[in-house]
Design a protein around this ligand. Structure first.
Ligand code: ADP
Length: 474
C-alpha cells in the first residue's frame, strides 16, 4: 500500500535496523521503516547537491508543471493517503482527508507562485551605474517535520522550496513516516527528478547532526517543539545556515462581553479539539469576560461532551487517540494539577479505559487560574481551561504573558474591540471570530519563542531565496 524504505536519489534504500510504527488507536505495530543515520543523511545530501545545480536552472514554469503533476497524483490518491495517515497518526479519517486537501493546496499555490519571483532595479547614485536585485534559490534544504500533520508540514516546506528551485533532504517524524514515503512515491511518479526530494527515516539526532555539519546544506527548516528548535538553532550557527522554525504555541482565546456566544463556542470547539488538541495553533486557554463566562462555559461543556472519541477509521469519530503514552501522561498531569488548584471539571477529565489506544475524553475545566500548568505549558491534548477576566486590557495582558506567540483568537461582534485586541496581541496569527485561520496563501508563523520565519503565502517562498545585488558599471 505504501513504501517502507528511504527514498534517496530516486531509489528506495533499506537498512538492517528498523523502527516500528505504531497505530495509536490500537497500540499495534503497523509496519517498520529503516533506522537510518548519518550515512544515509550524507547520501541524501550527495544526491540533493548535484540535483540542485540542474533543478535550479529549470524555468519556474517547468518546475510548476511537475509540481502540478504531483498535486494531481496526491488528489487521485487522497483516500489512500488519508487512510495511511489515520493508521499511523490517529486523526479521524475526515480530518485526514481534510489535511491531504490542505497539504496539496500548498503544492498548487507554490506551483504558481514560483513564477512570480520578481527582482528589482534601484536608481543608482551615478549615471554610469545600474543596480539590479535578483532572487536566487538558497540551495539544498534540510527539512525536519513532526507527526501532528504528517502531510501538510511536509508540503508546506517542500512545495515552496521546490518551486523556488531548491532541492530537499527531509526527515519526517519517526511516528508518521509512511505518509511521507507515500508522498515521495507520488513525487517520483510525477517525474520530480532524482535527488530533488529525498526522504531519510531513522535516528533524528544523527540525521540532523550530519545535516547541521554539512556546509552544502544551506538552510534548515523545522516544525516541532521549542526545545528541539533551540538545539537546531544553536547547531545551525556552526555553518551559518539560514533557519526557519515553526515551534510550540499556547494560544489564548478571548471571549468578550460583546461576543456572539454560540459562535465563540463553535470556534473554541473547532480550534481546541481538531486533531485531539494536537496542533500548535490549538486554543490552549480561554479567557472569558466574567459577565458571560458562565453561559459560555456551560454551552462549551455541553458541546464538548457530545464529541465522540474513538478509532479514527470509524467515520462517526470526532476525536481520535493521542499520539503516544507520553502525550496522555502530559494531559492527565495538566488535568490533575488544575483540579488540585481549584479547577472544576465540567466534562471529561479521564483516560478512556475501554479502548486499547491512547484516548482521553474531551475535557472542559472552569475556574482556571493563571498558575495552572495548562495555563502556561502547551497541553497538546483535548483539555480546555476557562478563566475569567474583568477588563479587556487585563485580558490582553494575560494573553500576552507567555513565552509563546503563535496563534491567538478573539470573539467579539464589536469592530473597535476586534481591532484593538487583535493589534495588541503579541502573536503571529490572530483569528477574529475564526477558529481555523490556516490557509496556503496566508503567512503562518510565530512571535517570540514560537519560531522564526513564515510558511505559506508569498512570504513563505522568500524563506527559500537569497537576495543577490548586481552592481553594473557602464
Ligand atoms: P513533537 O513534540 O512534535 O514530537 P519534536 O520536536 O520532538 O516535537 O519532533 C519534531 C521533529 O524533530 C521530529 O521529526 C523528530 O524526530 C525531530 N527531532 C526530535 N529530536 C531531535 C533532535 N535532537 N535533533 C533533530 N531533530 C529532532
Amino acid at each position: 500500500m505504501h513504501p517502507d524504505k528511504m527514498y534517496i536519489n530516486g531509489r528506495w534504500i533499506d537498512a538492517i535496523n528498523k523502527i516500528d510504527v505504531i497505530n495509536p488507536a490500537t497500540k499495534k505495530i503497523i509496519g517498520s521503516v529503516p533506522n537510518g543515520g548519518a550515512t544515509e543523511a550524507k547520501m541524501a545530501v550527495e544526491a540533493a547537491y548535484p540535483a540542485f545545480q540542474k533543478w535550479s536552472k529549470q524555468p519556474a514554469e517547468e518546475r510548476g508543471k511537475l509540481l502540478m503533476k504531483w498535486f494531481d497524483l496526491i488528489e487521485k490518491h487522497k483516500d489512500e493517503l488519508a487512510e495511511i495517515m489515520t493508521l499511523e497518526q490517529g486523526k479521524p479519517l475526515q480530518e485526514a482527508r481534510g489535511e491531504i486537501t490542505y497539504a496539496n493546496s500548498f503544492i498548487s499555490w507554490y506551483a504558481e507562485e514560483g513564477k512570480r519571483i520578481y527582482g528589482e532595479t534601484i536608481p543608482a547614485s551615478s549615471p554610469d551605474k545600474r543596480i539590479f536585485v535578483q532572487k536566487q534559490p538558497v540551495g539544498v534544504i534540510a527539512a525536519i517535520t513532526p507527526w501532528n500533520f504528517p502531510a501538510a508540514m511536509i508540503t508546506r516546506k517542500v512545495a515552496p522550496a521546490l518551486a523556488a528551485g531548491c532541492t530537499v533532504v527531509l526527515k519526517p517524524s519517526e511516528e508518521t513516516p509512511f505518509t511521507a514515503l507515500k508522498l515521495a512515491e507520488l513525487a517520483d511518479q510525477a517525474g520530480i527528478p532524482n535527488g530533488v526530494l529525498n526522504v531519510v527515516t531513522g535516528d533524528a539526532e544523527s540525521i540532523a547532526n550530519a545535516w547541521q555539519k554539512d556546509s552544502r546544506v544551506r538552510k534548515l527548516t523545522f516544525t516541532g517543539s521549542t526545545p528541539v528548535g533551540k538545539i537546531l538553532m544553536r547547531g545551525a550557527a556552526d555553518t551559518v545556515k539560514k533557519i526557519s522554525l515553526e515551534l510550540g504555541g499556547h494560544a489564548p482565546l478571548i471571549v468578550t462581553a460583546q461576543a456572539d456566544i454560540d459562535k465563540a463556542v463553535d470556534g473554541a470547539i473547532a480550534s481546541k479539539f481538531r486533531n485531539a488538541g494536537q496542533t500548535c495553533i490549538c486554543t490552549n486557554r480561554i479567557l472569558a469576560d466574567e459577565s458571560i463566562a458562565e453561559e459560555f462555559t456551560v454551552k462549551l461543556a455541553e458541546k464538548a461532551a457530545k464529541l465522540k472519541v474513538g478509532n479514527g477509521l470509524e467515520e462517526s469519530t470526532d476525536i481520535g487517540p493521542l499520539i503516544n503514552e507520553e502525550a496522555v501522561k502530559k494531559v492527565i498531569k495538566h488535568i490533575e494539577d488544575a483540579k488540585q488548584k481549584g479547577g472544576r471539571v465540567l466534562t471529561g477529565g479521564n483516560r478512556l479505559t475501554n479502548q486499547k489506544g491512547y484516548f482521553i475524553e474531551p475535557t472542559v475545566i472552569a475556574n482556571a487560574k493563571d498558575d495552572m500548568l495548562c495555563m502556561v505549558e502547551e497541553t497538546f491534548g483535548p483539555l480546555i481551561p476557562v478563566a475569567t477576566f474583568k477588563t479587556i486590557d487585563e485580558a490582553i495582558e494575560r494573553a500576552n504573558n507567555s513565552s509563546y506567540g503563535l496563534a491567538a483568537y478573539v470573539y467579539t461582534e464589536n469592530l473597535r474591540e476586534a481591532v484593538y485586541i487583535s493589534e495588541a496581541l503579541e502573536y503571529g496569527i490572530v483569528g477574529v471570530n475564526d477558529g481555523a485561520p490556516s490557509a496556503a496563501q496566508a503567512p503562518f508563523g510565530g512571535f517570540k519563542e514560537s519560531g522564526l520565519g513564515r510558511e505559506g503565502s508569498r512570504y513563505g517562498i522568500e524563506e527559500f531565496l537569497e537576495i543577490k545585488y548586481i552592481s553594473l558599471g557602464l
